[in-house]
Design a protein around this ligand. Structure first.
Ligand code: GDP
Ligand code: MN
Ligand code: MN
Length: 252
C-alpha cells in the first residue's frame, strides 16, 4: 500500500466543497481510501465558534474553577460551557473534561480545537462525522471510501494518534472471528478496527502542526475477504472501564 497527501490544499473556509477540491488535485480510484482530518471537515461545515457564544452556567463555572485550582492556569468557564453543550455525557470533570459527543466518540474537551482555527476561538467537531464522510464519499469521482479522522489521546499510553470518528463506503472493522491462526485455532475475539488503523497511518503523513496536509489518500490497500462491522463506540452497558470511572475520584 501507499499513502500520499493531496497537494496544495488552501486554508479551508465555510462552504468549501471538499470533494471538489480533492477531485481537482488527485485522480482517484474506487479502491482508494480518502482520509480527511476533521479539522477541515469542520471548517468546510462552518463549525467555528467564539467563546462569547457560550455564556457560562453554574456547572461550567464550577468545572473551570476546579480545573484552575488543579492546574494553576487560568481557565475560561465559557470553554467549559462549550464543551458541555457539545456533549451528551460527562465521563470525567477533572483533571480534564472527558465527554461523549452526540455521535458516540469519547474525547477530551469534546474534541473542540483551539489550534489551526483562524479568525475564531473554537472549532467544534463535525456534528455527524459519518454523515460528513458519506457526503464526501458520494461526491468524489469513483466514490472511494472516506474516513474522517481526529487526533485523540488514549488511556494507558502516552502520546496522541489519529482515530476515525466517521466513515463511509467501507465497514469500520474487519472481523477475523471464525477465521484461523497459523495453528488452525479459530479466532474468537479479533475484530480489527481498520478505520482507526488507516486513520493512524494517514496521520503519519498529515502530521500535527502547520504542515497543511489534511487529506491523505491510501492506495492499494485491500480490505480482503472478511466480514465487516460498523460497531465502534462501546455502549455503556458493555464498557467496563467506563463503568469503573463512575466510582473513581481524582486525587491531586
Ligand atoms: P485534527 O487532527 O483533525 O484536529 O487536525 P490538525 O489541526 O492536527 O490538522 C491536521 C492537518 O491539517 C495538519 O497537517 C494541518 O496543518 C492541516 N490543516 C489544518 N487546517 C487546514 C486548512 O484549512 N488547510 C490546509 N491545507 N491544511 C490544514
Ligand atoms: Mn482535532
Ligand atoms: Mn491532528
Amino acid at each position: 500500500m501507499e499513502l500520499f497527501a493531496v497537494p496544495d490544499l488552501p486554508e479551508i473556509r465555510a462552504g468549501d466543497d471538499l470533494a471538489a477540491m480533492i477531485a481537482e488535485r488527485v485522480d482517484l480510484r474506487p479502491d482508494d481510501v480518502v482520509c480527511v482530518a476533521s479539522t477541515v471537515v469542520s471548517k468546510a461545515e462552518g463549525r467555528t465558534a467564539d467563546l462569547e457564544e457560550f455564556p457560562a452556567g453554574p456547572r461550567a463555572k464550577e468545572i473551570a474553577r476546579n480545573l484552575e485550582e488543579i492546574s494553576g492556569d487560568e481557565k475560561d468557564p465559557r470553554f467549559a460551557q462549550a464543551v458541555l453543550e457539545n456533549s451528551t455525557d460527562v465521563v470525567m470533570e477533572e483533571p480534564f473534561i472527558l465527554t461523549e459527543a452526540p455521535f458516540g466518540h469519547v474525547s477530551v474537551n469534546a474534541g473542540i480545537d483551539r489550534s489551526n482555527v483562524p479568525d475564531h476561538d473554537l472549532l467544534l467537531l463535525p456534528e455527524r462525522p459519518s454523515q460528513s464522510a458519506e457526503r464526501i464519499h458520494e461526491n468524489l469521482p469513483e466514490s472511494p471510501p472516506v474516513i474522517v479522522t481526529d487526533t485523540s489521546g488514549r488511556s494507558f499510553r502516552h502520546g496522541q494518534r489519529a482515530v476515525a470518528i466517521g466513515w463511509a463506503g467501507m465497514p469500520a472493522s474487519r472481523d477475523w472471528r471464525g477465521e484461523t491462526d497459523r495453528d488452525g485455532h479459530e479466532l474468537q475475539v479479533t475484530v480489527q478496527s481498520v478505520v482507526d488503523e488507516l486513520a493512524g497511518a494517514a496521520n503519519l503523513v498529515s502530521g500535527e502542526g502547520d504542515g497543511g496536509n489534511p487529506v491523505v489518500v491510501v492506495r492499494d490497500w485491500d480490505f480482503g475477504d472478511h466480514d465487516g462491522s460498523d460497531n465502534m463506540f462501546r455502549e455503556m452497558r458493555r464498557d467496563f472501564v467506563r463503568q469503573a470511572l463512575r466510582d473513581w475520584e481524582y486525587e491531586p
